[in-house]
Design a protein around this ligand. Structure first.
Ligand SMILES: [Zn+2]
Ligand SMILES: [Zn+2]
Length: 391
């Protein structure tokens, strides 16, 4: 004869997937189900973040990474197996997230964050997680999140130590507010290098272990959880972890008065008649309907419009992002010297390039462009529904 106790046990075995969460009094599984999270980076840290978000039942995930899985990733990446070597990290991480939580809607984007991922994807997300290993990418994510008014949780690991911190400019301190003069000097050194040298400097591995990645990736995912539930979160603050002595402490960041990212965010609009196949003239005309006069159309990217040879003067039009310009385009084959790039950040109403399409400027899909006059700046989001659930 069965006792009441064993009946109780057999009932508890039929608990639903999230029932252990739902007994937490503030927990709202439906909030997680409708949440949209963008994870930038699917390396050691990204693996931990993605794993936890999938287990928590986050409904919509977008994963960005440009690299392929190599053998050296396997010691630090819970979502990858040896048979996945050679696959794109973003794609495999997305498949593994779906294995962990089949109901998740997950999309992968293979590309470099600075050149291939439109600002519209940042705007799509409720919150962004940075699982990055370099300052340049963090600066880009910080600016992208600021332009579209989204918070982001940064993570960093260094052997036994790690840091997780949250930013939401203009309201709180942002990543750039926390950067020291030394950090800026390092960035400037890199930017003063030629395009060729910049490329070579970009790909350097940092020492990481799966254990510190687990600690910091878990904190990042938990901060997403708290933010989505409206609990007090790490936004504007940092969590520092020292793994040797097990010291951990909290830091509160203050806004750096010299940081220029703390202004009121521009309104951003959608218009289903416009896409990255539209011409810049059509974008201008759209802006004129809303602003009256448009003085400039701004591109928040580093686009090289042409390169010129300092010796023979030969000029080549290219329209490609400085991060991805082919090395062959930066050399004059005749003189064998590096050509000088000319950057394009803005088009005026008389620009000779107005009849070119948005995509022919080397701009990614899901881009946001910015129109301004002396009084106002507005954004136009050219995103074309990356997810079915996107509205
Ligand atoms: Zn700032
Ligand atoms: Zn030349």
């Amino acid at each position: 004869m069965q006792s009441n106790d064993s009946q109780g046990e057999s009932i508890s075995l039929k608990e639903s997937r999230f029932s252990r969460f739902e007994s937490i009094d503030w927990w709202k599984q439906e909030t997680l189900d409708s949440a949209k999270v963008l994870v930038v980076g699917a390396g050691a840290l990204g693996n931990e973040v993605i794993k936890n978000l999938a287990l928590l039942g986050v409904g919509h995930l977008a994963i960005v990474d440009m690299d392929r899985i190599e053998e050296s990733n396997l010691s630090r990446s819970s979502l990858f197996r040896s048979e996945h070597e050679g696959e794109f990290k973003a794609e495999r991480a997305a498949k593994s997230a779906k294995d962990l939580y089949p109901k998740i809607k997950v999309e992968s984007y293979v590309g470099k964050i600075q050149s291939d991922i439109g600002y519209g994807l940042f705007r799509w997300a409720d919150i962004v997680v940075g699982a990055l290993d370099n300052r340049e990418a963090r600066i880009f994510v910080n600016r992208a999140c600021t332009y579209v008014g989204r918070p982001w949780i940064d993570g960093g690991i260094d052997v036994l130590n790690g840091v997780a911190r949250g930013f939401q400019a203009p309201q709180t301190a942002c990543y750039e507010c926390t950067m020291s003069k030394v950090d800026w000097d390092l960035i400037q050194n890199r930017q003063s290098c030629s395009l060729h040298a910049r490329r070579a400097l970009a790909n350097r591995g940092v020492p990481t272990t799966p254990t510190t990645s687990s600690v910091i990736g878990a904190i990042q995912a938990q901060e997403v959880l708290k933010y989505l539930h409206g609990l007090e979160s790490i936004i504007g603050k940092g969590f520092l972890f020292e793994g040797l002595a097990h010291n951990s402490y909290k830091i509160e960041y203050s806004i750096n008065p010299a940081c220029d990212l703390h202004y009121e965010q521009a309104e951003i609009h959608n218009d289903h008649d416009l896409s990255n196949r539209s011409t810049m003239r059509q974008i201008f005309q759209w802006g004129e309907k809303r602003l009256g006069k448009v003085e400039a159309l701004d591109i928040y990217r580093e686009i090289v419009s042409r390169t010129s040879c300092p010796q023979c003067g030969q000029m080549t039009e290219c329209f490609v992002n400085a991060e991805t310009i082919p090395v062959s385009d930066t050399f004059c084959s005749r003189c064998e010297v590096e050509k000088i790039p000319e950057y394009l950040h803005s088009l005026g109403p008389d620009s000779p390039y107005l009849d070119k399409t948005v995509s022919s400027f080397g701009l990614p899909e899901n881009e946001i462009l910015w129109l301004r006059n002396s009084e106002k700046c507005i954004g136009i989001d050219l995103t074309e529904i990356p997810f079915q659930s996107h509205v």
